[in-house]
Ligand binder design. Sequence first.
Ligand SMILES: Cc1cc2nc3c(=O)[nH]c(=O)nc-3n(C[C@H](O)[C@H](O)[C@H](O)COP(=O)(O)O)c2cc1C
Length: 177
Amino acid sequence: MEVVRDFLELAKNRYSVREFSSKKVEKEKILKILESAKIAPTAKNKQPIKIYYCTDDEKLKLLNESSPCEYNSQLMFVITYNLEECWYNSHTGIPSGIVDATIASTHMVLEAEDLGLGSVYIGAFNPEIVREKFDIPEQNQIAMLLFMGYKAESSEPSPMHETFKSDEELFDELKIR
Ligand SMILES: Cc1cc2nc3c(=O)[nH]c(=O)nc-3n(C[C@H](O)[C@H](O)[C@H](O)COP(=O)(O)O)c2cc1C
């Protein structure tokens, strides 16, 4: 039977998981998550991203020392981009790397959801500590961490998950000045 997938339903099911189970994530699932990052669009197809991951306890613990967010994640990613490789957008003056890295991360988060895993973006971390502990080249800017894994049985969305600004605040039709 054909599985009908509704993208909005998948996106609505996602929430920031802050309590992971201790179950390890299978290698096939990790490979699919990485593939979802690989096929993400990047400006001028420069693909300036480099994504590091770890699953073993020693590295998870070391990486988690860079962040106050202790959620028992069993699969952690360091999302980086190379400032020299990314497209420098002379129209806007903004290098595309952080945008490319963010799009790839969102692919990964939604792929994880599709695979029955939970995830959370981690902006609260010290990049210097990550760099000091791991072999990440100087030219790779660290955009964020992603924590993933199976959700703990007691995991549930925080109240912030359901808190939205009004549509009027968020959206507007363009008006000619
Ligand atoms: C760029 C970014 C950085 C974030 N950093 C953290 C973080 O360091 N720790 C954390 O627990 N959640 C973090 N979050 C999760 C947000 O708090 C969460 O997405 C938001 O409150 C909405 O909740 P929801 O993801 O459950 O819908 C981050 C989210 C984004 C997009």
